[in-house]
Design a protein around this ligand. Structure first.
Ligand SMILES: [Zn+2]
Length: 175
């Protein structure tokens, strides 16, 4: 199963948006390129019972693709389970009509995001990966940072040697 790549800032936006709506499911579309999500498109939930279901506003949904950039595709649809876990409900499975598109479920309660493929009532989970490193911007250490890590590792090793030398038993007397 091809993983869905959701950068940490997008995962945070989804969780926070779901958290702000404890009484109604939130929903929308995830846009991106090559299964890498780059944008969240929030859509009003117009279900008559939004606490336990969602229905995306059709006009807004139709606007997703016109609002997207030429290189962007619809890569997933999402909704939240305000008080539940991030697994598809029986209704989610029955009502899903996008066999080629992952369903992302946000559980603010569990602070979890999951993704699923649902086709012919069969459900399989899609792994979610954090974003790949792009153009050096989220490589964890700068050169200076890396030097600092090396220097402190060397210092720690030297200290360890000094400490273990000082703990060695005294040399036996030479006869
Ligand atoms: Zn659901």
């Amino acid at each position: 199963m091809k993983p869905l790549v959701i950068p940490p800032e997008i995962a945070r936006e989804l969780l926070e948006g779901a958290q702000r709506s404890p009484a109604a499911e939130v929903c929308g579309a995830l846009l991106g390129t090559n299964s890498v999500v780059t944008d969240v498109f929030w859509i009003d939930n117009v279900a008559p019972n939004p606490a336990v279901a969602y229905r995306m506003d059709e006009r807004q949904f139709a606007g997703v693709l016109t609002a997207s950039l030429p290189e962007q595709r619809l890569v997933a649809l999402f909704h939240s389970h305000p008080a539940g876990d991030a697994r598809p409900s029986p209704l989610d499975i029955r009502a899903w009509s996008y066999p080629e598109l992952p369903m992302v479920i946000v559980s603010p309660r569990d602070r979890t995001l999951t993704a699923w493929m649902i086709a012919d009532l069969r459900v399989s989970d899609v792994p979610i990966l954090p974003a790949r490193r792009a153009s050096g911007q989220d490589i964890p250490f700068t050169t200076a940072g890396r030097m600092a890590v090396i220097v402190s590792a060397v210092t720690a090793a030297l200290l360890l040697i000094l400490v273990s030398l000082s703990l060695l038993p005294p040399a036996p007397p030479i006869p």
